[in-house]
Design a protein around this ligand. Structure first.
Ligand SMILES: [Zn+2]
Length: 266
């Protein structure tokens, strides 16, 4: 679990353009999306809160208020931490990704592909067999009655083969999708490593959703938990040992101190 002190960098109001986190944030308590808002009259403050909040005729008991600038810093720190982990522990990171595609899963996938190849081969063989009995029939080596029986049998077998091949092909395509997703995720990580900034594109390529909890505690002891669900890998629980990289500096805003807890509770 990581604790960060909330910091801010004042930004100019962004006209009517929505914040890049819009659509990614969910209320950890009721599951509804968080809605994007701009503070009035201080329009430099962008924030999100639960779209299902009781105060707005919803059923959720808390606002789940979170400032966009704070959130951006927390997510940026987490991404830097992930990159730092990837750099310092490349093997462990690869293992972590591999664990998301378990050994059993890979073995199953291999069997499926092999089975698919066998079915395709059998289908071709039946084509050939059918041609042969046809020729035999024409040449008078096979009676019409016998030919009809055999061709019906081959026909039935091919219909079944066709169904099985289609189903297996669909399953294999889904696996390719998964491999594709993994590749896309790694590509986005590499892109982030190069650019070192958070753009809407990179954010959406890396992050599937973020759960926002209600702030807990009072005064200086306020904490707020967020859980980042990455694309492909889901929630990433990096070992505690991984330190924050030194190049990331957090400003802290006077008078407001919230510690952000990132990751699942406990
Ligand atoms: Zn809610």
């Amino acid at each position: 679990m990581q604790k960060l002190r909330e910091g801010t960098k004042r930004r100019k109001p962004k006209n009517t353009e929505k914040n890049m986190f819009a659509g990614l944030l969910y209320c950890a308590d009721c599951g509804h999306k968080l809605h994007y808002n701009i503070n009035h009259p201080n329009s430099s403050i962008e924030y999100f809160n639960c779209s299902n909040y009781r105060g707005n005729r919803g059923t959720c008991n808390e606002t789940h208020y979170i400032r966009a600038d704070s959130l951006e810093q927390v997510v940026l720190l987490e991404l830097n931490r992930m990159v730092s982990y990837l750099k310092n522990h490349a093997e462990e990171f690869a293992e972590l990704l591999a664990r998301k595609t378990t050994k059993d899963y890979e073995r199953e996938s291999q069997n499926r592909r092999q089975h698919l190849q066998e079915l395709i081969a059998r289908n071709k063989e039946v084509d050939r067999l059918f041609e042969r009995i046809y020729e035999d029939n024409v040449a008078g080596k096979l009676t019409d009655e016998r030919f009809m029986k055999m061709s019906q049998r081959y026909d039935a077998e091919q219909q079944q083969l066709k169904k099985d091949i289609e189903e297996l092909q669909r399953q294999c395509d889904r696996e390719n999708d998964r491999a594709f997703c993994k590749e896309q995720f790694l590509k986005a990580v590499r892109k982030f490593m190069e650019m070192k900034t958070l753009t809407p594109t990179i954010l959406h390529e890396l992050v599937e959703r973020i759960d926002v909890y209600q702030t807990q505690g009072r005064g200086k002891n306020r904490t707020q938990r967020i859980v980042i669900h990455y694309n492909f890998i889901g929630v990433l629980d990096l070992p505690e040992v991984e330190e924050y990289p030194e190049n990331v500096v957090l400003d802290s805003r006077q008078g407001v101190a919230i510690e952000y807890l990132v990751g699942k509770a406990g």
